[in-house]
Design a protein around this ligand. Structure first.
Ligand code: GDP
Ligand code: MG
Length: 710
C-alpha cells in the first residue's frame, strides 16, 4: 500500500533541498490542480511505496496567499499519512508558528530541524529530546545541504506515528475554541481556530455555519472585547505563547552566547512601546540635521555666496563684456542661474538626507521600521508592506509608487500608490528647506514636521479611504525576514546617496532648466500691442494666467500670482517651486554679502501663510512623472483622476483648516472663513470616525521573528 508523506515548511527552510535528498532523481514536476504553482512528487529512496509531496512554502495555513490555500487544501483534503515539517533551526521561533498549526490537523507529524550546521556554527546545541517531549512529536536534526541526519529522518517517518496531542492555549482561549467546535460541529481544532479568525475559506467545510453565525460572532467578539484586540492578533498571540512555552531549554549555548547583539538591539528598537517613539526621534534627527543644522550651513553658502553672488555677478559682467543682448543676459542671470541655481543650492542638504537614509537602510534599521509600521498601520487597515514604497519614495515618488506593485491585494496596492507621494521626496525637500530657511530662519521644527505631516496624511487617508467600499478589506499579512544589524558599508551608503542625488542634479540640468527658462519668459513677457518684454512682472503673461486662478488659494493665505505660479510649476517637478521663486524673487536684488537672497520671498509671506503653502505643496498632486507612475499602477485614467483629485482636495482642505484656524487663534477673532474651516474640520473628523462601509475584518497576523524574541 502506498503511503503519502507531505513536506511542509516556511519558504527558504530548505524544503527543496531536503526533497531532493529524500527522493533522489525520481521525481515528477507538474502543477497543482487548477493553479500554476509547481507541484513536485517523488518516491522515497529505497522505499518506492512511499510518496513524498512537496507543498508550497508557507508561513501559516491561513488562506491569504495562493500558496497557503494550496497547502492547506491539500492537507485537509488529501489527508497524507504523515507530515514532515521542516523548520529552520536558526529561526526556530518563527518557524514553529506554522508548526503549531500543523500539529492541530489530526495528521502525524515529524519535525526536521534543518540548518543544524549553521546552528552549531553559532555555538548552539539543540536538545531534540526535550523539544520532542514538549511538542509531542519526533524531532530530528538534519542538514539538508550537507546530507546529514537524512537517514534518521527517514527512519522516524517510516516508523509511523500517531496523531499528536494538542498543545494547550490559555484556558479562556481553550474555552472559546471548545464553544466554537460545539457550535459548528467539528472535532478539528484547527478549523475552530480559523472560524475564530473569521476565515471564510473554511466555511464550505462547515455546512451549518450560516445558521450559527450570530452565536459565533458573540463568542469571538467577547474575546475581542476582553482583550481589546482583533481576533487574528489574539489567535497569533496565542500561538506565539505556545511557541514560547515549548522552546525554553531547547538550545544550550556552548559558547555562552545565546542572544545575539541584533536580538538585544531589537528588544529595544522593536519594543511595543518604545518602537514608535524611537522611530520618531530618529526621523526627527535625520531631518533636523540634514535640513536645519549642518545642511543649512552648506546650503546657505552655496545659495548666498556661490549662486547668489559670485556666479551671477561674474557671469553678468562676462556676458556684457562679450556684448550679449540685455534680455539674454537677464535670461541667463535671472532665469537660469536664479532658477536652476536656487534648486542646486539645496543639493548639500539633499546629500546629507540621503546619506542618513542610506545608513538607516544598510544597517538593517529600516527593515525593523517596516515591521514596526506594520503593527501601527494595521490598526488602520494598512499593511507594513505599504511602508516600503514610502521608504523608497523619500528619494523620489516615482520608484516609490512603482514599488507598490509588490502588494498583492489590489485595493491596498491602489491605496498605497495614492498615498506614497505624501511622504516628502527629494524634490520636495528643496521646497521644505527653502521655506524652513527663508521664512522660518531655520526653526528646529519645520523640516522634521514636514516628514511627520506626510506620515500623518498617509494614515489619515488610510483611515478615511479604507472606510469606503472602494478600499475596504483586510491587508494581506506581512512577513519579512529581519536581517541581522551590521555596520553600514561606506561604499553602499555613498553609492545610494550618489544615485539619488545625481538623479536630482540631472533633473536640475534638464527639466528644471527648461521649466525655469519658460517661467522666466512668461514672467518677463506681456501683451502690449503684441508680445513685449515688460518692466513690471505684474504685467506679464505669467501674472495674468496665475493671477486668474490665484483666488483658489486666497483662503489658504497665499493667493498671490507668484505663489500660484510656483505651485503650478510644481506639477512639472517639485523643484520648480523653488526654481520659480528663484526666478521671481531670487537674485534680483542681492546685497553684496549675498545674505538677502530670499529676503523678498520672506517679505511676501506671513508665517502662517508660509506653512500653509508648504502644507499644500507637500500634499497636493505630485509632479507629472509621479502622476504617470500612478497611472501605470492604477491601470486606468479614472482611478488616476480620482487619486490626483483626492490628493489635491485633501491638501487644500488641510491647508485651509490650518490657515483659517491659525488666523483665528492669532487674531482672537472669528469670521465666516473660520466657521467654514471648523465645518471642514468636523467633516474630516466625521470621515475618520464614521462607520466603515462594510464591517472590517481586522487585520494582519504575522511579522514574526521579533514578536517572538521581543
Ligand atoms: P525552500 O525554499 O524551502 O525550498 O529552500 P531551499 O531548499 O531552496 O533552500 C534555501 C537555501 O538554504 C538554499 O540556499 C540552500 O542551499 C540552503 N540550505 C538548505 N538546507 C541547508 C542546510 O542544512 N544548511 C545550510 N547551511 N544551508 C541550507
Ligand atoms: Mg523550494
Amino acid at each position: 500500500m502506498t503511503r503519502t508523506i507531505a513536506l511542509a515548511g516556511n519558504p527558504n527552510s530548505g524544503k527543496s533541498t531536503l526533497f531532493n535528498r529524500l527522493t533522489g532523481s525520481k521525481q515528477s514536476v507538474g502543477n497543482w490542480p487548477g493553479v500554476t504553482l509547481e507541484r513536485k512528487v517523488g518516491r522515497l529512496r529505497q522505499h518506492p511505496d512511499v510518496a513524498i509531496v512537496d507543498l508550497p512554502g508557507v508561513y501559516s495555513l491561513s488562506a491569504y496567499t495562493l500558496e497557503e490555500r494550496v497547502a492547506r487544501d491539500y492537507l485537509l483534503d488529501a489527508k497524507p499519512d504523515c507530515i514532515i515539517n521542516i523548520v529552520d533551526g536558526t529561526n526556530l521561533e518563527r518557524n514553529l508558528f506554522l508548526t503549531t498549526q500543523l500539529l492541530e490537523l489530526g495528521i502525524p507529524v515529524v519535525i526536521a530541524v534543518n540548518m543544524m550546521d549553521l546552528v552549531r556554527h553559532q555555538g548552539l546545541t539543540l536538545d531534540t529530546s526535550l523539544l520532542s517531549r514538549n511538542l509531542g512529536v519526533p524531532v530530528v536534526e538534519i542538514s539538508a545541504s550537507h546530507g546529514s541526519g537524512i537517514d534518521h529522518l527517514t527512519d522516524a517517518v517510516l516508523r509511523g506515528h500517531t496523531v499528536p496531542a494538542l498543545l494547550p492555549y490559555t484556558p479562556e482561549h481553550e474555552a472559546a475554541l471548545a464553544a466554537i467546535m460545539q457550535v459548528v460541529g467539528t472535532s478539528n481544532r484547527w478549523i475552530a481556530t480559523q472560524v475564530f479568525e473569521r476565515d471564510e475559506f473554511v466555511n464550505p467545510r462547515l455546512p451549518q455555519i450560516a445558521r450559527v453565525q450570530e452565536q459565533l460572532e458573540s463568542i469571538i467578539t467577547r474575546r475581542e472585547d476582553a482583550l481589546d484586540d482583533d481576533a487574528i492578533s489574539i489567535m497569533a498571540a496565542e500561538r506565539y505563547t505556545q511557541v514560547t512555552n515549548v522552546l525554553p531549554g531547547s538550545f544550550t549555548s556552548t559558547s555562552a552566547r545565546s542572544l545575539t547583539l541584533s536580538d538585544h538591539i531589537d528588544q529595544i528598537v522593536t519594543n511595543r512601546w518604545l518602537a514608535l517613539p524611537i522611530f520618531a526621534v530618529v526621523m526627527f534627527a535625520v531631518y533636523y540635521i540634514a535640513v536645519t543644522t549642518v545642511g543649512t550651513y552648506v546650503t546657505d553658502y552655496t545659495n548666498d555666496v556661490i549662486f547668489g553672488n559670485f556666479v551671477p555677478n561674474h557671469v553678468a559682467v562676462w556676458l556684457s563684456d562679450i556684448g550679449t543682448a540685455e534680455w539674454l543676459n537677464r535670461l541667463v542671470v535671472e532665469g537660469i542661474i536664479g532658477g536652476v541655481g536656487a534648486v542646486l543650492g539645496f543639493v548639500p542638504q539633499l546629500m546629507l538626507l540621503f546619506i542618513f537614509l542610506a545608513i538607516l537602510e544598510d544597517s538593517g534599521y529600516m527593515a525593523r521600521v517596516a515591521f514596526i509600521m506594520d503593527r501601527a498601520f494595521r490598526h488602520f487597515g494598512l499593511s507594513g508592506k505599504s511602508f516600503i514604497p514610502m521608504l523608497i519614495g523619500t528619494g523620489c515618488s516615482v520608484p516609490g509608487i512603482m514599488a507598490s506593485r509588490t502588494i498583492e491585494n489590489e485595493r491596498d496596492r491602489k491605496l498605497t500608490a495614492m498615498t506614497t507621494s505624501f511622504i516628502p521626496c527629494g524634490a520636495k525637500l528643496a521646497v521644505i528647506a527653502l521655506i524652513s530657511g527663508a521664512i522660518f530662519q531655520g526653526a528646529w521644527w519645520v523640516a522634521p514636521s514636514a516628514y511627520f505631516v506626510g506620515m500623518a496624511a498617509v494614515i489619515l487617508s488610510g483611515i478615511i479611504l479604507k472606510k469606503s467600499v472602494l478600499f475596504s478589506g483586510d491587508p494581506a499579512p506581512f512577513v519579512m525576514e529581519l536581517p541581522p544589524y551590521h555596520a553600514p558599508r561606506p561604499s553602499v551608503v555613498l553609492r545610494s546617496m550618489w544615485d539619488r542625488s545625481w538623479a536630482f542634479i540631472r533633473r536640475a540640468g534638464t527639466i528644471i532648466l527648461l521649466a525655469t527658462m519658460t517661467i522666466w519668459f512668461l514672467a518677463n513677457v506681456g501683451w502690449q500691442h503684441g508680445p513685449r518684454f515688460v518692466d513690471d512682472l505684474d504685467n506679464s503673461f505669467l501674472a495674468a494666467v496665475s493671477g486668474s486662478i490665484a483666488w483658489i488659494f486666497a483662503p489658504l493665505g497665499w493667493g498671490t500670482w507668484q505663489s500660484t505660479a510656483a505651485t503650478l510649476s510644481g506639477l512639472v517637478a517639485k523643484e520648480s517651486v523653488v526654481g520659480t521663486f528663484g526666478v521671481l524673487y531670487g537674485v534680483a536684488d542681492v546685497s553684496d554679502d549675498g545674505a538677502e537672497v530670499w529676503g523678498q520671498l520672506a517679505a511676501s509671506f506671513t508665517v502662517l501663510a508660509a506653512y500653509s503653502f508648504l502644507l499644500f505643496n507637500l500634499l497636493c498632486a505630485p509632479c507629472f512623472a509621479a502622476i504617470g507612475a500612478i497611472r501605470r499602477e492604477m491601470g486606468n485614467g479614472r482611478w488616476t483622476a480620482f487619486a490626483v483629485a483626492y490628493q489635491t482636495v485633501f491638501a487644500w482642505t488641510i491647508s485651509f483648516i490650518f490657515y483659517q484656524v491659525g488666523i483665528a487663534i492669532r487674531d482672537r477673532a472669528v469670521d465666516g472663513w473660520t466657521i467654514l474651516a471648523v465645518v471642514a474640520l468636523a467633516g474630516i473628523v466625521w470621515l475618520l470616525v464614521k462607520k466603515p462601509a462594510r464591517p472590517r475584518r481586522a487585520a494582519v497576523v504575522a511579522s514574526i521573528g521579533s514578536e517572538a524574541t521581543a
